[in-house]
Design a protein around this ligand. Sequence first.
Ligand SMILES: Cc1ncc(COP(=O)(O)O)c(C=O)c1O
Length: 375
Amino acid sequence: MEWNHWRSEFPILSRKVYLNSCSLGALSRRAEERVLQFHENWHSFGASAWYETWLGRLVELRTRVAGMLGAGLEEIALCHSVSSALATVSSAIDYSRRNRVVVADLDFPTLAYQWMVKPGVEVVRVPTDDGATVSLERFRAAVDDRTAVVATSHVFYATGAIQDLKALAGIAHGAGALFVCDGYQGIGQVPVDVRAAEVDVYIGGPLKWLLGGPGLSYLYVRGRLIGELRPSTTGWFAADNQFGFDLARFEFKPDARRFELGTPGLHVVHSALGGQEIVDEVTVPRIRERNRHLTERLIDRARGAGFRIRCAPTPESRSAIVMIAAKDPHGTVNALAEEGIIVDARPGHVRVSPHFYNTEEEVDLVVDRLVELNA
Ligand SMILES: Cc1ncc(COP(=O)(O)O)c(C=O)c1O
């Protein structure tokens, strides 16, 4: 793969040293063109653009996402955010006989919040021993016949550690619980085959590694489970007879679209298609290899320069989110931004997240500047 060939697709790369893709993936020319096309169709067709093209774009996006995840088209829903997808799924689960939900202490908070607000549901937080990962033993010890759901991340947002989905699914299913995975930091940078991993629910979105922008999320629900789940949060996009406008009768769609609510943001559907097209062309396994190369180089160089790194123990369990300990993370991030180097701050750390379009030189530069800034 000629990696540098991709750089001209992303205008920000000629303006900045952009190393914050785990917050927001770079905008591509292709995504921009898709959005322009969306506007053109709006100009040309008005509301009938829905039938001329836009409904077709929803199918195209669900088809591409299904292909990337190893899922069937009927197992994918388009939602508005990871939080809203979680809210809908969590509203469909019966907590009367099992009222516990097990999450990890390193998960993104929105995951735990879904269940913390539900009366009678108890959220059990599985601790981390090393600050970067959560062991399977710890999960095993926390899950029992009171557990309704094990809900945790594919990749931890703050440490980049990759979790073993199949093992977690085994722990959940062994106790008769569901396995819900927040895949927002995994999707697009780490390959996932939802069927092989045996996850029940996997949620991601285009914002980060999929280069598609904010305002949309992807929800996979395992086929056999779909019919059993009847959300109590819903909308007309979930209705079987959506265009019958029948106020007297409601039945869910038979497929995963029963977890959808209302009109999706068509701008982001189009920018997401542009980003997805690029990811599908590069392919996630190749992105993983490239990102692993850049990540390991970054870690080696930073460690060589004396920095402490908060990360998983092996390259196989690390992803392209690197937490470098710093005395003044916000001051350092601001100083780097003044020089056109974009990274992020998290408590006690500067967070650097390269993607396939970054170069070795950019990764080296950020370490050199951290040394010079005495970070
Ligand atoms: C792992 C993870 N989950 C969930 C979220 C929040 O997603 P949303 O704002 O779409 O609810 C984030 C945001 O950065 C995240 O990193």
